[in-house]
Ligand binder design. Structure first.
Ligand code: CTP
Length: 462
């Protein structure tokens, strides 16, 4: 176990530990990095905890930043071969009473490592390690990691009243590690779920996203079962109660949404987007989470008892925009998800002209994502007509590949005539230029060989 951590500690962190220890202080790597090493993963960040006070830390290192000096955190900048790596070094502390479920009113420093570990959220996150000394596991973190259990350190209600976000963290870690949440910890989540209202949208977004990108995003249902979604995604409640009486479906809306999220596969995403896998994977999974969010509001049942959801892609695109804005997502993500939801249900014939038109409507950048979305949607439906649906997607994909190979024009970007050409030919600047280019593009979408400057100018200029 020792070497699992020791061999992974980067030179910078090892040097910082050594300098603190040589000066007579205690110092350990702590928290997430220890957990990740024991799981055989390579940690992204290495946090250090020490008995030295912030001023003492600053005296030992030349380059430091006062990141959170009030809370005992100093960032030490470690320079190696011209590369600067920041390490957060925090004095052992006991958190005081929290004023808003997030910020402790005051922290007091302590000289005991055990006190510092005791204020941490889960046993798997409350372990420390120092070379030469080994692992410090006072609360059964190793066993809980082995048994795959998420358990609060000490009293769960206390831990969650210190920081309400920890309730979402419990569920997120369970999805990342395929772990179960221990009974009293889970009971406390359910009891205290309303406190999540005190937590900022930005912090909620981070946890939601880590869960969505995890190997078991279906554990999102725990957000619902505990009562947390009521606060950060109230739209979800209706999805749980909306059944889909339709041969294409076998799940209610919320289960369908989660199956669809699970059906977006990272490896398949990487095949189409080798350079940009993580961005696209995130966009696809978020899209699937919300793609049918408007179904509860658009459901009708016809005289044969079949459910329909007319207009749900358009309304869903609008709702997704509002939801993601509320969760403080960036504009690119909001635009991408809402665009994909708007188009997610489009059905068009598998012929070259229809594919060119769809490429124009959906956009060249989004078109391959559209396949991933329709495939994930299909995988989360009943098996009714599954073969036909798969065949259609395969044909559309081949037609798209041919269109790319033939370099057919599907947007104004590659139209042989530009606005400047129209002006050079005597047209006045104004909206007529746009309209003329639009007519030319329509023609070229119907007949790609018409993408010829001479032909287009002759045909469309008076
Ligand atoms: N921590 C905590 N309560 C929180 C957040 C963090 O007790 N609400 C403690 C845990 O010991 C955690 C450590 O601070 O391991 C570092 O937190 P952070 O970097 O946010 O998370 P990690 O546990 O490292 O996990 P991840 O990197 O996956 O977010």
């Amino acid at each position: 176990m020792d070497s699992e951590i020791k061999d992974k500690i980067p030179a910078g962190a090892a040097e910082i530990l050594e300098r603190l220890r040589d000066a007579g202080y205690e110092a350990y790597v702590v928290g997430g990095c220890v957990r990740d090493c024991l799981l055989g993963r390579t940690p992204a960040d290495w946090d250090i905890t020490t008995s030295a006070r912030p001023q003492q830390i600053k005296e030992l290192f030349k380059h430091t930043v006062d990141t959170g000096i009030k809370h005992g955190t100093v960032t030490v900048l470690h320079r190696h071969k011209g590369v600067i790596t920041p390490y957060e070094v925090t004095t052992y502390r006991i958190d005081g009473e929290y004023e808003d479920g997030r910020h402790p009113k005051q922290v007091s420093f302590t000289s005991e490592l055990s006190e510092d570990l005791r204020r941490r959220d889960f046993t798997i996150n409350a372990m420390a390690y120092a070379p030469g000394e080994g692992l410090v596991d006072l609360y059964g973190g190793v066993k809980d990691l082995e048994d795959k259990v998420i358990r609060c350190v000490g009293d769960p209600e206390e831990r969650f009243s210190e920081d309400a976000l920890r309730m979402m963290r419990a569920i997120r870690f369970s999805a990342q590690l395929g772990a179960e949440i221990e009974k009293t910890t889970w009971k406390a989540v359910c009891k205290m779920a309303d406190n999540i209202a005190m937590v900022s949208a930005e912090r909620i977004r981070v946890e939601l996203e880590k869960l969505i990108l995890s190997p078991e995003p279906g554990r999102f249902r725990l957000f619902y079962e505990s009562g947390l979604t009521r606060h950060f995604l109230p739209e979800w409640e209706g999805c749980v109660n909306t059944t889909q009486e339709n041969p294409h479906h076998c799940y209610n809306v919320s289960d369908h949404l989660l199956k669809a999220v699970e059906s977006v596969d990272r490896r398949e995403t990487a095949e189409d987007y080798p350079e940009d896998t993580e961005r696209v994977f995130r966009l696809l999974r978020l899209t699937m989470l919300l793609h049918d969010i408007a179904k509860p509001l658009t459901k009708t049942v016809d005289e044969d008892g079949i459910a329909h959801f007319k207009g749900h892609p358009e309304l869903g695109a609008q709702m997704a925009e509002e939801i993601l804005r509320r969760l403080k997502y960036d504009n690119d993500t909001i635009r991408g998800v809402s665009h994909l939801i708007y188009h997610h249900e489009e059905r068009f014939p598998a012929d070259r002209r229809s594919v060119r038109r769809a490429l124009n409507r959906i956009g060249e950048e989004y078109f391959p994502m559209f396949f991933h979305i329709q495939r994930a949607d299909m995988r989360a439906q009943s098996t009714f007509m599954r073969k036909d649906k798969e065949q259609r997607l395969k044909e559309l994909r081949e037609l798209w590949e041919q269109t790319l190979a033939d370099r057919h024009c599907v947007s104004l970007k590659t139209l042989a005539v530009k606005g400047a050409d129209l002006m050079a030919a005597g047209m006045k600047p104004g909206p007529e230029i746009g309209r003329t280019l639009g007519r030319m593009l329509e023609d070229v979408l119907d007949e790609p060989s018409h993408n010829d400057k001479e032909y287009l100018l002759k045909r469309y200029l008076p």
